[in-house]
Write a protein that binds this ligand. Structure first.
Ligand code: UD1
Length: 369
């Protein structure tokens, strides 16, 4: 069975890696890695391939940055050529980036089956480009591998047949377990002069937070206020870096004492997360990683497509105005020992393979259920 695995942007790599390793070790599968090139900087892409021991991609589409239409269209044009020449038995797409939706649409029209890994997540907010990608991908994908029961409920509510859905758990945590020894051996907080348990880690890159200068200024003011009580380290995403620079905000944060650094590799970033008293973020993945590690997470968004991180985890939605008080509450309350969400156990790739074998066997499901 030839399986195309699409990796496009930073948050994809830790979802693709565990499945890649499991497929590559199985005699009945021939995995083919396709990198669309949505992220291309060394520290946004290559560093993750090294940390997660991914090989050079078999196909590199080199699409790069652009408007939504340029990027989505560019991936479709480039991937269609590869897909038609290579005719995979299955395409696996992960997450919710533009490349995820683009490759799914190509496969749906070329009539080969698609699996969406991390299916069913919904923020309910169509102003978020990822929500549009999630909706489109899930309606077209033949098989939906979900991380949590809320995702199953969303798909059921949208009328998707149960037979298309398999709950496999949270694949990203397989990556964490895969490289846990390297994460534990790295001491990035010490390297940056930070005390374990005595700092907060910040990430921000959502267009809704960083593209509007008024919102960005509110966020920077809130972070500067927090910095007076809790030193902050902020690995800055390229999109955010450009916006901070345009608005003259980098120097204000540096003067206030924040530690601003470039994007970090997976191992270095998780070393920083592991030593943090709390995370302040608008990322999707970090909401899950902090729940897994039992670290308080303050999410600067109005909604989340990952509600289980609130109901069963350490996450809380905040605004720039409530960040200070909520952070204070989170770090001054003793950390509760709680069970991790069901199937967030580092063994999701195994379940994916079992489902793939079941669906590829004699009882193969008809398409377009
Ligand atoms: C994309 C995803 C988002 C994900 C995020 C993680 C979509 C719609 N968005 O957003 O879901 O959370 O990745 O980072 O697919 N840039 C570089 N180097 C790179 C990549 C990007 O400098 O390697 C800069 C470019 O100026 C680019 C900007 O960052 O225009 C934004 O990149 P893009 O991939 O369009 O979106 P992200 O904001 O990264």
């Amino acid at each position: 069975q030839r399986i195309h695995l699409v990796a496009a942007a930073r948050p994809n790599f830790m979802k693709v890696a565990p499945l890649w390793h499991a497929l590559a070790a199985a005699p009945d599968f021939d995995p083919v890695l396709v990198h669309t090139g949505q992220h291309y900087d060394v520290n946004m892409s290559d560093a993750f391939f090294t940390d997660l021991r991914l090989p050079e991609p078999h196909h590199h589409l080199g699409v790069g940055s652009g408007s939504h239409a340029e990027q989505t269209g560019g991936v479709m044009i480039a991937y269609e050529k590869v897909a038609l020449a290579d005719r995979p038995d299955w395409l696996v797409v992960v997450g919710d980036v533009n490349s995820t939706a683009a490759c799914t649409l190509v496969a749906a029209k070329a009539c080969f089956p698609v699996i969406h890994l991390e299916a069913g997540l919904r923020s309910g907010d169509r102003a978020m480009p990822e929500e549009v990608n999630r909706l489109m991908t899930d309606v077209l994908a033949d098989v939906l591998w979900t991380p949590s029961p809320d995702a199953d409920d969303n798909l059921r509510r949208e009328g998707i047949a149960e037979a298309r859905v398999t709950r496999v758990g949270n694949i990203m945590l397989d990556s964490f377990e895969l490289v846990r020894p390297a994460i534990e051996a790295a001491d990035v907080p010490a390297e940056l002069g930070l005390t374990r348990g005595g700092y907060g880690i910040v990430t921000l890159h959502r267009p809704s937070n960083v593209d509007d200068p008024a919102q960005l200024i509110r966020l920077v003011d809130a972070l500067i206020a927090v910095q007076r009580d809790l030193p902050l380290v902020f690995p800055v995403h390229p999109r955010t870096s450009a916006k901070l620079h345009q608005n003259g905000l980098e120097s204000r944060m540096l003067r206030a004492g924040l530690t601003l650094i470039g994007p970090q590799s997976y191992v270095r970033f998780m070393s920083l997360v592991g030593g943090a008293a709390a995370a302040i973020t608008d990322s999707g993945g970090l909401q899950e990683e902090t729940t897994y590690l039992g670290i308080p997470c303050l999410t600067l968004r109005e909604n989340t497509e990952r509600p289980i991180t609130i109901t069963e985890g350490t996450n809380r939605l905040v605004t720039p105005e409530t960040l200070g008080i909520e952070l204070h509450r989170a770090v001054s309350t003793p950390r509760a020992v709680r069970a991790k969400p069901d199937l967030w156990d580092g063994r999701t790739a195994e379940r994916c393979l079992a489902d793939l074998r079941r669906r590829s066997g004699p009882a193969r499901l008809p398409r377009a259920l």
